[in-house]
Design a protein. Structure first.
Ligand code: 5RP
Length: 230
């Protein structure tokens, strides 16, 4: 296992210690979140009683494979806890997510959660957001119009494609545009600008959702609380 994979696994395992009997939990998407799903599966096998809901079809499949009891989120109004990864996170626990294309459902689960734990390997830490692309989920009907609007806000905008060259399609049937930046941006201003574009379904900036960051650096796991969180 690479050093980064070990860090992901350590962070995920530390987060799963927050899961208690009777909780309804949100499951994130991506390689770090997958370690948490597998660990929850182990604990379910040992007798933990939880119900979970998934942020993507891929995670749903993984959760089923380890027998985590699942519920459809459409009938759920609140979650006790969500555990999810990130692509980049700053000291105020503002993050960029959506590298796996699940940002829309991930944001809904995060908003519904009493506590949102972000788990990360040390490569995800950033003093300022700006190094990684910001994904934006877009209604295909508005693709060309939104692409032009996004281009005014960043250095380069690219529609996400699969290795085959086919357009990436989200679990909701939408497309993803990835915005690239030459320099750090103002996250609040960018988020507000993105929200004002008709046809943008959701963006990958998570500026207030994350309560706790669990990050592994080598063998050391540290826990950081959002500075303004109660
Ligand atoms: C998926 C996400 C992931 O949490 C994010 O891309 C991090 O992925 P990984 O844990 O594989 O590095 O937001 O939409």
């Amino acid at each position: 296992m690479t050093a980064a994979e070990t860090e992901k696994k350590l962070a995920a395992q530390a987060a799963v210690e927050y899961v208690r009997d009777g909780m309804i939990i949100g499951l994130g998407t991506g390689s770090t979140a997958a370690y948490a799903v597998l660990k929850i599966g182990e604990r379910v096998k040992q007798g933990l009683s939880v119900t979970a809901t998934s942020s993507s079809l891929a995670t749903e499949q993984l959760a089923r494979s380890v027998n985590i009891p699942l519920v459809d989120f459409c009938g759920v109004s609140r979650l006790d806890l969500t555990i999810d990864g990130a692509d980049e996170i700053d000291p105020q626990l503002r993050a960029v997510k959506g590298g796996g294309g699940a940002l829309f459902r991930e944001k809904i689960l995060a908003a519904a959660s009493e506590t949102m734990i972000c788990i990360a390997d040390s490569s995800k830490l950033a003093e300022r957001l700006g190094k990684v692309k910001v994904p934006v989920e877009v209604l295909p009907f508005a693709a060309a119009f939104v692409e032009k609007s996004l281009a005014d806000l960043c250095s380069r905008v690219v529609i996400r494609q699969l290795a085959s060259g086919a357009r990436f399609v989200t679990d909701q049937g939408n497309c993803i545009f990835d915005m690239f930046f030459d320099r750090p941006y103002d996250p609040q201003r960018l988020a507000a600008a993105l929200k004002s574009i008709p046809g943008v379904i959701e963006h990958g900036l998570f500026l207030t959702e994350i309560d706790l960051l669990i990050v592994a650096q080598g063998e050391k796991v540290s826990i950081r609380k959002r500075p303004d969180a109660s």
